[in-house]
Design a protein around this ligand. Structure first.
Ligand code: PLP
Length: 393
């Protein structure tokens, strides 16, 4: 966890800043691949699809058309209007484009929200297991990270009762993520209803709702947006973006909706960090939202097939059991019956089976006993990888 401990003058905050292990595993896998080993990557957190052509073409057109300068720090108005239309379509809520902030990926939104609310003495509630950046940034801000444990028996959805019991007079922000990384868990509407009902008695607590996997849902699961609740709408920060939905992780494009009271702060943080998002990428983002959506449907249908296969194959491994994930593109098999810790198993599987996976503990202490397996890979690779895992288990 600690970094730069030996560099004199580096702040305590810097020393508290953790990292995202997915990148470390990726580097290890690449180093093994460089020695001639074939490594199947089930550790990756990005779609294995290409950005659809019409989106790429829009960026090329923008570059050739001279869109080379700074844009409005909140983002091009036409893009923010396209985001508003998309939110209306998928969440049934009308927001003002003046409250929309386009960011270089979804991550800066976490950074801005946690910077706004985190300081020594404050508490921020975040999902465990959950996206590691939340806990890292909370610790960096000096606030106390308060884990909300997500349990397998609840399908890795939060329990509203448990979340509400974590709120104290010092709680400033609660971070929600559904569909979730790393578990693929989807919080059902009934649980969200209960949480919102309880939050009414805590009017000073803000909510950061990370809905980056909002379009990746399977079976009967439906997306429940925190923004859809009028009772808390004036304190919800919505995080979504293009990375997962349109296979655009490398473009660095995210969007956020901020309460009226916070948008000026968010804009100021944007001006002080990145000024604005790459102009051509913003034009590509307009094409993504306004263009045909079949590309998303096709990708999600492919993920759905792999999800079912991956879960079935994992359940055939000795010492492994895996519940069916409802969203995103991850499975989170329980490996506790193997008797091996998550980190040891991650390394063993990488070194002996040539398969990259991520230890559940990379996502928080409650991830012990689990591995994150991404099915953003071909059916052939998933099948071969799990076969190779079987051989060593
Ligand atoms: N939120 C969650 C839950 C994620 O899993 C990720 C990426 O893996 C992000 C946000 C960040 O996405 P981006 O690449 O747009 O910064």
């Amino acid at each position: 966890m600690n970094t730069n401990t030996s560099v004199p003058g580096v702040t305590g905050a810097m020393k508290r800043l953790g990292t995202e292990s997915a990148f470390t595993v990726m580097a290890k896998a690449q180093a093994l691949a460089a020695t001639g080993r074939e490594i199947i990557n089930l550790g990756i957190g990005e779609p294995d699809f290409k950005t659809p052509d019409h989106i790429v073409e829009a960026a090329i057109k923008a570059l050739k058309g001279g869109h080379h300068g700074y844009t409005h720090p909140l983002g091009i108005l036409a893009l923010r209007e396209a985001v508003v239309a998309d939110i209306q379509k998928y969440r049934g809520v009308t927001v003002d484009p003046g409250r929309v902030l386009i960011t270089p990926g979804g991550k800066p939104i976490m950074n801005f929200a946690i910077t706004m609310f985190g300081e020594p003495g404050a508490e921020i509630v975040y999902p465990d297991p959950g996206f590691p950046i939340y806990g890292n940034l909370i610790a960096f801000s000096g606030a106390k990270p308060v884990p909300m444990v997500l349990r397998e028996e609840n399908g890795f959805a939060f329990s509203a009762k448990e979340v509400l019991s974590l709120i104290t007079a010092r709680t400033r922000l609660i971070i929600l993520n559904s569909p979730a990384n790393p578990t693929g868990g989807v919080t059902p509407k009934i649980e969200m209803d209960r949480l919102v009902e309880g939050l009414v008695s805590h009017p000073n607590v803000y909510i950061l709702s990370d809905e980056i996997y909002s379009r990746m849902l399977y079976g009967k699961h439906e997306h429940v947006s925190a923004l859809a609740y009028e009772a808390i709408r004036d304190r919800v920060i919505l995080l979504d973006g293009w990375s997962k939905t349109y296979a655009m992780t490398g473009w660095r494009l995210g969007y956020s909706v901020w309460p009226e009271s916070l948008i000026t702060y968010a804009e100021r943080l944007a001006i002080n960090s990145h000024s604005c998002v790459n102009a051509a990428a913003q034009h590509a983002a307009i094409a993504a939202l306004k263009g045909p959506q079949e590309c998303v449907d096709t990708m999600v249908a492919a993920f759905d097939k792999r999800r079912i296969l991956c879960t079935e194959l994992l359940n055939g491994l000795p010492g492994v059991s895996c519940i069916e994930p409802g969203g995103a593109f991850y499975t989170f098999p329980n490996i506790s019956a193997t008797g091996i810790s998550a980190l040891e198993l991650q390394d063993k599987i990488l070194e002996e089976a040539g398969v990259a996976t991520i230890a559940g503990t990379s996502f928080g202490a409650a991830g012990e006993g689990y591995l994150r397996i991404s099915y953003a890979n071909s059916i052939e690779n998933i099948t071969r990888a799990i076969d190779q895992m079987k051989a060593i288990l």
